[in-house]
Design a protein around this ligand. Structure first.
Ligand code: WT7
Length: 655
């Protein structure tokens, strides 16, 4: 059997189909009239003013969805469930990393908490459209903070708490955030680690690549989590527990325009500067809510839903916060790592809370595989009735292992393709409707238009690789890159400008049964454990070190993380002793960690005498990738010096 064996299919279980939210006619309805279909999906939400037009695409590539419609996202995610009489339902089962540290929050309680936080933020003089940076681990307050922003029309920018102060500062400056919400520290593998200290460095400019203090920031709101000592800036810093709890629980949400910016989320592009992806309110929530209902077959009041992604990534935004809460879901929110205190943690949580829907990533499934099947087997996981996967292509072996060992051999797996930019799921089987094949994302969802094309924008034949494009706008699409609309047009819309296709950056193919296979990025973006990191971002961190003259970075296949970062560097001067070279390699790893994040640390760094370049000076990354993946050299005839690969092999120092 090959890895892409497309003869192996799993038909939907008729018992699942009989109870499924989505039925086959969903495809027909969307196919018959796409805009009428989205109009109907938008009506799953509460709007205070109806829209006059479903889509205005006259200013393409900037869409307006549900034109003139007004709604409040927090009302849709919280208040309306309370008003419907479901205030006693648990919204969040929060589970801290230290054992026995847990807290359940009902929808009614969430409404009070969000109102208090909103009242506090308004007392600071913030007004709709202002930006708020959130730099926090998975605490209940991160949900409360995001929803309080949404309630007030403040545009949040959540920065993954694993990012460095340098990366935080870059994002704060770009968005000109007025407030930063953070915690004193976070628990990581049983130990408290500081977080507020990083915010202090970011804002004062200490050890970051920015001049002086961050001028936009007026307030730093700090959640007490670990009790670690923190430095304090009077007049700027406030403890959450000293200013939020005494606020009133009365707060009337105002409705905002459908196109009001709900959040910015920075993601890596093909240059060193991260892009602030802009998402809006009405279209975003419509598609988030619709996909969560149909792809996860979610039933309010029955399911216990767990999306394992951190809130610092788009999966955590859409399927951790907005989509499930819009559907009144009972959500698991776990602060820690899967092996804290040991490898049983996720399975204990599933067993204890009776998780029915589990949405995770291939890299975690492969980690579970390494730990061994006896670990999930030690727990009663029979509550699980649906599994989801996102972040990278899932290899068929991991797919089967996932279904057999977490899904009792029967749970449907939804392999969901989407991106930070798409805001919500675009390609996925519908459980109970679409058959599945291990490793294939199967087909575009009802309402979504996809094509796979060659360089001339012509649809490729079955089994031929092409570029994945989106041929029609969709409600949760990004509306731009913050402060840089030109880059928005260039990055996504210039490659197939004539046809007006959105270029996703992924390669894909249809198989002969019409199933879609995503084959990975075709640009200089790497995918490390489902985290997106650009080669040039890591390269610029490396050349930021005084000893480095030039650097080339590639993503190489890795059994656990999907891809791993492999770097080749040329030094400025001579460093001859082996010991000194190894020490330098360690320093370079630390430098990348400081500049970006520990998740961007190269797995391998090789000091080389030269890099493979064409006669015009372009680095041939393909050859480095071959080398990093252990393949012997491809065609070197276009190199300016054909012996370079040999020199690298012989004289390189790897660490
Ligand atoms: C890139 C987007 C969407 C949330 C997590 C990542 C890859 C994502 C799949 C999948 C194959 C996938 C693509 C995409 N990707 N899901 N099911 N099958 N590849 O969001 O950081 O914006 O990355 O992740 O390459 O372009 P992101």
């Amino acid at each position: 059997m090959t890895d892409h064996d497309h003869t192996q299919t799993y038909a939907p279980d008729p018992a699942f189909t009989a109870q499924a939210n989505a039925q086959a006619d969903l495809y027909d309805a969307a196919g018959a009239d796409r805009l009428a279909f989205w109009d109907e999906q938008a009506r799953r939400l509460d709007w205070s003013t109806e829209w006059s037009e479903v889509l205005d695409w006259s200013d393409a590539p900037v869409a307006k969805w549900f034109v003139g419609g007004r709604l409040n996202v927090a009302h849709n995610c919280v208040d309306r469930h309370v008003e419907a009489g479901n205030g006693d339902r648990v919204a969040i089962h929060w589970i801290g990393e230290p054992e026995d540290d847990a807290r359940d929050i009902t929808y009614a309680e969430l409404k009070d908490e969000v109102s208090r936080a909103a009242n506090y933020l308004s007392s600071l003089g913030l007004v709709a459209g202002d930006r708020v940076a959130i730099y926090m681990p998975l605490l209940p307050e991160v949900y409360i903070a995001m929803l309080a922003c949404a309630r007030l029309g403040l545009t949040h920018s959540v920065v993954f708490a694993g990012f460095s102060p340098n990366a935080l500062r870059q994002r704060i400056d770009d968005a000109e955030a007025k407030v930063v919400i953070t915690a004193d520290g976070q628990f990581r593998r049983g130990k408290p680690a500081p977080l507020k200290a990083g915010v202090d460095d970011a804002l004062s400019g200490n050890g970051v690549d920015a001049e002086g203090t961050a001028e936009s920031v007026q307030t730093v709101l700090v959640v007490r989590r670990t009790g670690l000592d923190v430095e304090w800036t009077d007049g700027r810093d406030a403890w959450w527990d000293e200013v939020v709890p005494q606020q009133s629980t009365e707060h009337t949400p105002e409705a905002f325009d459908s196109e009001h910016p709900l959040f910015l989320l920075y993601t890596s592009g093909t240059t060193g500067k991260p892009k602030g992806i802009v998402h809006t309110s009405g279209g975003y929530l419509t598609q988030a809510s619709y996909t969560h209902h149909n792809v996860f077959d979610h039933k309010p009041g029955q399911d216990v839903y767990w999306c394992t992604a951190d809130v610092g990534w788009v999966t955590g935004h859409t399927y951790g916060v907005y989509a499930p809460l819009s559907n009144g879901a009972e959500c698991i929110v776990y602060e820690g790592t899967p092996n804290s205190p040991d490898e049983h943690r996720h399975f204990q949580i599933i067993e204890k809370y009776g998780v029915t829907i589990y949405y995770s990533a291939p890299t975690l499934v492969r980690t579970f595989m390494k730990w061994g099947a006896e670990i999930p087997a030690a727990h009663d996981l029979s509550s699980i009735r649906l599994l989801g996967s996102v972040g990278e292509p899932i290899n068929p072996e991991a797919w089967r292992w996932y279904r057999d060992n977490l899904g009792g051999g029967t749970a449907p797996i939804v392999d969901t393709w989407w991106q930070t930019e798409t805001g919500a799921i675009m390609i996925s089987p519908l459980p109970g409707v679409t058959e599945t094949k291990p490793g294939s994302a199967m087909r575009p969802l009802p309402g979504i238009s996809v094509s796979i094309v060659d360089n001339e924008a012509k649809e490729v034949a079955a089994e031929e690789q092409g570029f994945l494009v989106l041929t029609e706008p969709w409600p949760s699409m990004l509306r731009g890159i913050w402060g840089d609309m030109e880059r928005y047009r260039d990055t996504y819309w210039s490659r197939f400008a004539e046809e007006g296709y959105y270029f996703a950056g992924d390669g894909a193919k249809w198989d002969s049964d019409g199933a879609l296979w995503v084959l990975g990025r075709v640009d200089d973006v790497m995918n490390i454990s489902g985290h997106r990191i650009s080669t040039s971002e890591v390269e610029s961190a490396l050349v930021g070190h005084r000893a480095v003259a030039e650097a080339a970075v590639v993503g190489a296949n890795d059994e656990t993380t999907g891809q791993a970062i492999v770097a080749y560097v040329i030094l400025r001067g001579n460093v001859d002793a082996e010991e000194d070279r190894q020490k330098l390699i360690d320093e370079l790893r630390a430098e990348v960690s400081r500049e970006i994040s520990p998740i961007a640390k190269p797995r391998d760094i090789t000091i080389v005498p030269e890099l493979p370049k064409t006669r015009s000076g372009k680095i041939m990354r393909r050859l480095l990738k071959d080398m990093a993946e252990g393949r012997d050299g491809g065609d070197t005839s276009t190199l300016s010096d054909p012996t370079i690969m040999e020199q690298i092999r012989e004289k390189g120092t790897r660490g």
